[in-house]
Design a protein around this ligand. Structure first.
Ligand code: DON
Length: 307
């Protein structure tokens, strides 16, 4: 690849416009109003250099991409074993909003932390002092990783909270099984708020710098996660990050990844590169159609596939 990176990324966006199809997520009313033509890509190197193209300052809600970072945060706070007791690491093979409980072990638990049931449980485990808002703790944490103050999208938050019937039913089922130990309305509301934090693709690649770099934030040199935490998160991103399309993704793109229903996808190749894309139209698994196309192209062009 001899083209300079900025031109390469701009060309990539032009070429991916051929990837047609998909539709906007509409189960969150405010998301159905998104501009379907927005398109952005960003890339970070191991030492934290960032390149980007397209609508690279455009902010969208982080949605399920947050699940990977919150999983890491809670493992770091409570230890891997404590988290594994509550949430497994097996791919569910089902949609992200199925409850997908693992019934085979002694303790019934959500199959993995990338689906909603697992992520709601992980959110409930964020340690708080004197009832500090868990979503606010996460907003501050994401801001630190992004290197700037991030904000909630209050309209999307409210819109999802008002219609969170599916997540509430998951929350009540988890509460009934004692997997959730507190009020499902409060936990689901706070989880939805976590999903409403606004980021651009540039923020996302700044945030994944810490995963590319073995747990150390490239911008400051501060260790945020242990190697084991990073390994655990990248493992579940590899097997579960793209939900029931994880196998297709791994075969075609071949790097740990996580998608979100507003149209973002992050990809992390440890020790090498971090990628983020944004294009709002989704396939039937809830993954960005053009996002997958761009990631696949980058994986081919740069030889990123793990295998
Ligand atoms: O819980 C939900 O349904 C959303 N806040 C997040 C779902 C999501 O991003 C699924 N990913 N493709």
């Amino acid at each position: 690849m001899n083209t300079p990176v900025p031109e390469y990324l701009a060309d990539l966006l032009q070429n991916c416009k051929a990837a047609q199809g998909g539709k906007l997520a509409d189960y969150i009313p405010e998301l159905a109003a998104a501009d379907p033509n927005k398109l952005a890509v960003a890339l970070t190197t191991l030492d934290g250099l960032v390149y980007s193209a397209g609508d690279d300052d455009y902010e969208f809600t982080i949605q399920s991409i947050s699940k990977a970072f919150v999983y890491a945060y809670v493992i770091e706070a409570l230890g891997r074993e404590a988290v594994l007791e509550k949430v497994g690491v097996e791919p569910s093979g089902e949609a992200f909003n199925e409850i997908s409980l693992d019934q085979t072990s002694d303790q019934v638990k959500p199959k993995n932390p990338m689906i909603n049931s697992g992520a709601i449980t992980v959110h409930s485990m964020i340690p708080t002092t004197d009832n500090t808002d868990r979503a606010e703790i996460i907003r501050q944490f994401f801001s630190k990783l992004a290197g700037r103050e991030l904000a909630f999208d209050m309209a999307i938050y409210q819109s999802e909270k008002d219609t969170a019937f599916r997540n509430l039913s998951i929350g009540y089922s988890l509460r009934n099984l004692n997997i959730l130990e507190s009020d499902p309305i409060e936990v689901v509301g706070s989880y939805v708020k976590q999903c409403s934090i606004k980021v651009s693709v540039k923020d996302l690649v700044n945030m994944i710098g810490v995963l590319v770099n073995g747990g150390v934030l490239p911008q400051t040199g501060e260790r945020i996660f242990s190697h084991l935490t990073v390994r655990q998160v990248l493992t579940v991103m590899t097997t579960c990050g793209m939900y029931n399309a994880a196998g297709d993704w791994l075969a075609a793109v071949g790097i740990p990844a996580k998608s979100g229903v507003s149209g973002g996808i992050i990809g992390v190749l440890p020790g090498q590169v971090g990628l983020a894309v944004f294009a709002p139209k989704l396939d039937r698994y809830g993954n960005s159609v053009r996002g997958i196309d761009i990631m696949q192209q980058m994986s081919n062009d740069m030889g990123l596939h793990l295998l």
